[in-house]
Write a protein that binds this ligand. Sequence first.
Ligand SMILES: Cc1cc2nc3c(=O)[nH]c(=O)nc-3n(C[C@H](O)[C@H](O)[C@H](O)COP(=O)(O)OP(=O)(O)OC[C@H]3O[C@@H](n4cnc5c(N)ncnc54)[C@H](O)[C@@H]3O)c2cc1C
Length: 484
Amino acid sequence: MGAWVFCVSIALTDAVNLINTCHMTSVINDLERIVGKAHLITDDSKYSLAKDYTKAFTPDPLLILQPGSTEEVQETLKYCNLKGISVVPSGGRTGLSGGAVATQKEVVLSLSRMNKILEINETERTIRAQAGVVTKQLQKAASEKGLYFPVDFASSGSSHIGGNVATNAGGIKVIRYGLIRDWTLGLKVVLADGRLLELDNACVKNNTGLDLRQLFVGSEGTLGVITECLMKLTAPPKDLLVSVFALDSLENVLKLFELTRTMRLNLTAYEFFTQFGLKKVEEHTHLPNPFSNYHPYYALVEIEKAHDADLENLEKFMEKGFESGLILDGVQAQSSTQAEQFWGLRENIAESLTALTVAHKNDISLPMSRITRFCQELEGLIQKEYKGFEVVNFGHIGDGNLHVNFIKPPSMTKEDFFLYAKKADLSMFELVKRHGGSISAEHGIGLTKKPFLHFTRTPDEIALMKGIKSIFDPKGILNPGKVF
Ligand SMILES: Cc1cc2nc3c(=O)[nH]c(=O)nc-3n(C[C@H](O)[C@H](O)[C@H](O)COP(=O)(O)OP(=O)(O)OC[C@H]3O[C@@H](n4cnc5c(N)ncnc54)[C@H](O)[C@@H]3O)c2cc1C
């Protein structure tokens, strides 16, 4: 009797496998007809194409699809919607929240072949590009026409403009130019059922009801697939002067920022890092420490010298900074190469920490007036409850944005460390909430922050977001399980 049940169960499993195999073959054939055989990947390379910069998830995609046009994206989504196949939109895969990771046999829809700059309009100061254009490439194309696209960050050599819009990217120039939301004039978006929304009439002024275009900015691939972006451009800044100042406390980093405001510096960036970060960058990249010794904190200050008065203001600012004891030491870049090196000290921290330590990363923001208090309370909490953890902060502090990193103590196993780090996150997010901050400043929610969304958004807000999702994607095929 037992053997008979065993035989039947084998036969049933075989039948299910056969059906699955047949189903899989027909899905592959159908999708191949849409994008072409060469643009559908099922071999082992699919695993590396189904993950972003996060390491915590094991990719398990069904296949990778690389459509070459908006029409092919429409056909693909129409088909997947009909068959109930989940789709993960994928850009440059530099995301830090697991938004572009496929873990449940989804079709990964990569925009990498849709990488053409379509038009630059010098009169309107706009650039129209397919969603898969790499951010740096878009910046370069603008610059070749004497124009400037100001959204910039360390991963811009790999990220896509479509991915940037989908994550409402920020970066190092937000303090002067704002987020990518502010530069998005128009979008072409394919909805889950294959319908195309052309939200790009290129008018700066368009008060005709709800601005649907803005809904897609920061939607992390959950509402539609962006296939084309119309971005605003501006005049490039004149001379950029980059300085690094050494300080002895975070409080003084913030006081120096206040001074940039009272002295009316023509600021384009205000970033900070610590001695720990600097040493790791030196070790990993061999960029030189610009000072003869080490200091606890550093502020990178970039200003635009549009007029002579800007330089005079900078000089007065430094005078005041040194006189008041806020600045311990300072260096000003004497060439564009040196300016790049100074920026390298800041921009290589994330990569250096990943290469040289076991780090658990967070990206939070706080009202400026709460940062010092928050950091003191966080330090106290970690010292008391998470002995041996090193807290390493850096980031876009001029926007109230801190990249908070917990570093693994040498004696702890990786498994234990990540377990404790997740617990520490909960305590930290409580603290963020109490200080009126956000658990994700610019990296998004994706998978990593999904369980913690309620620390920043109310139940009503989350319910409304889910309601909007169900209007755009009633079957829930787009990036399921992400954000909420
Ligand atoms: C070293 C480093 C530094 C970074 N610094 C910053 C920084 O300063 N500021 C900042 O904001 N971010 C930063 N990031 C994070 C990351 O680069 C940004 O979030 C970036 O905008 C992601 O773009 P991507 O093309 O790589 O998107 P992906 O990682 O491929 O995808 C991100 C999300 O967008 C969705 N998506 C992608 N393309 C589309 C599309 N065409 N249509 C619909 N949905 C889509 C995906 O499904 C996913 O949810 C950094 C990352 C690294 C590795």
